[in-house]
Design a protein around this ligand. Sequence first.
Ligand code: ADP
Length: 348
Amino acid sequence: MSTELLDEFVQAIPMPALMVDQTERIIAANTDAKTLLGQNIVGRHFATILRQPQVLEAIEQSLQTKSTKKTRHLSNDGAQDTTFEVDCRYMNGVGAVSGGAVLASFQDITHLEHASQMRRDFVANVSHELRTPLTALMGFIETLRGPARDDPGARERFLQIMTDEANRMNRLVGDLLSLNRVESEERVRPIEQLELTGLLQSILNSVRPLAEDAGVALVLEAQDGPVSVTGDSDQLRQVFTNLVENGIKYGGSGGNVTVSVLSMERDTALRGPSVRVQVIDKGPGIDPIHLPRLTERFYRADSHRSRQLGGTGLGLAIVKHIVNRHRGRLRVESELGKGSVFTVILPR
Ligand code: ADP
């Protein structure tokens, strides 16, 4: 194959690619490979360009054994790490000397690596979250079988703790299933036409017993007349229930949780007509350093308080996915000591 033809050939490969022949020099490289490894790489010995031992070894072995080798190449452009899968394939009859050459192509697999890291973190988090109540349950079963067997007072107390821990596991499994369902439907746009003020009123009615137990008053501020949006009523119920419950849980006794509804003709966030629903509490607020990560699964601003209140750490992740499905926005503003405002902006 002529040099021109080789250049045309590597140029047509839709990822960084280069060829190394039996003289161990790079005989061709496409624009993507030059961007990745340097502009003047053609003609150089491959070991002066590709310095990572596993890549050198793969190319050497492919040249020697005339077979396919795969390895990883890691690069960092100063801003971010990129992981490539390097595929070294031997081609007969190519190159300056008789024999052949290795075609090394670099496929960017950073997103796959990232997804698999996220999956591992998620499994580790779920196992940890389930194991904590499970360990408590197993401990109390042992105690009830042994030292507390004939102590009716202790038995009642322990059974109550066991019930709380079992409920915690149940809530966690429920939230995990919800998250799964919401994620799998995220690309399907909701089509139901619903009236938001009535939905919010009905949510406040159902969480009122919880609010009363916590000594919190619930207030709905809405304009007169119906406010209609296109949405999934079950999912929007879940969004506002989670936000109001958080306001009650974290807002603290003696306070108010206010839900306000405002229709806008031209919303700056959505560049069109919208409804903004705000859930406002005057509780301890959230330190600004936590705000960017608040909607990540299992992320808690105050872990101790969340666990004490039976939180799963999944509520806001569910909220975010549902709002995304509605092509809406979630905004969180909070100041320590002053409270929090969660704003859901939905297109109308
Ligand atoms: P959780 O089940 O822990 O409540 P969420 O996903 O609903 O999980 O919330 C994530 C974290 O955000 C909570 O653990 C809590 O630290 C913080 N948070 C949520 N809502 C509020 C609020 N209204 N006031 C203060 N902190 C809040």
